[in-house]
Design a protein around this ligand. Structure first.
Ligand SMILES: Nc1ncnc2c1ncn2[C@@H]1O[C@H](COP(=O)(O)OP(=O)(O)OP(=O)(O)O)[C@@H](O)[C@H]1O
Length: 206
């Protein structure tokens, strides 16, 4: 990938297995978000290509921080934001299921602006899950959370992987957290990518 004449990365080659949990690690500015944007078809790479198996249904979970205190929608309305305005019974029950799954059902009427960071982040996750993905990409989803909220989110992601076989690609700077919850890593540095088992990840940038 190049921006003007600046090469962000080149000759990247990797495979993600169905049902795997992978941390995408790397120092600031090495192109993690750029790579995710390419995978999400939001950016066209300068050269090269990639494919997802035909069965892959991709979901994306952004960071919660762009929700400010004035944000008017309830958690429930936010989760259903991408579905039709007049909700069918089926959609309503799917929203309820995801609110329960993400431990938000009891506080579904809380305004998003008033929700905690962890709750907002889980609402983003519930919103992505509503489309029934079998792979999710999370972009620094734990970055602004306190340790408890981080663990709660990670437990949930682990559960989604174990129970629903959802493939996970998790962008993070938090190596200890990745060690605790992810099986594999992709490490983007010096324009190259390295892939391996999380338990064997050793890098100076920690
Ligand atoms: N649209 C763009 N035009 C020009 N340069 C860009 C564009 N998008 C990103 N870049 C540059 O590409 C490089 C990689 O940025 P990117 O945001 O992908 O890194 P990152 O690894 O996600 O960083 P961080 O960990 O800080 O989030 C940076 O030098 C950035 O300035």
């Amino acid at each position: 990938m190049k921006f003007d004449k600046k090469t962000i990365f080149s000759d990247l080659s990797f495979k993600l297995k169905q049902g795997s949990m992978t941390a995408l690690l790397g120092p600031n500015g090495t192109g993690k978000t750029t790579l995710i944007n390419i995978l999400m078809n939001m950016l066209v790479p300068t050269s090269g290509s990639f494919t997802f198996a035909k069965t892959v249904r991709l979901g994306y979970v952004p960071q919660f921080r762009n929700i400010d205190a004035e944000y008017p929608l309830s958690i429930e309305a936010f989760v259903g934001l991408n579905s039709a305005i007049f909700k069918t019974k089926k959609t309503k029950s799917a929203i309820k299921k995801q609110l329960e799954e993400t431990n938000l059902y009891k506080i579904r009427h809380t305004r998003m602006g008033e929700a905690s960071g962890g709750q907002k982040q889980r609402a983003y996750l519930a919103q992505a899950l509503l489309d029934n993905p079998n792979m999710i990409i999370l972009d620094e989803a734990t970055a602004s959370l306190d340790p408890l909220a981080k663990d709660e989110l990670m437990q949930l992601i682990k559960h989604l992987n174990e129970k629903h076989k959802i493939t996970v690609l998790f962008v993070t700077h938090d190596v200890p957290l990745a060690r605790k919850y992810m099986q594999n890593y992709l490490y983007l540095n010096n324009r190259q990518i390295e892939q391996g088992k999380m338990s064997q990840f050793e890098e100076a940038y920690e």
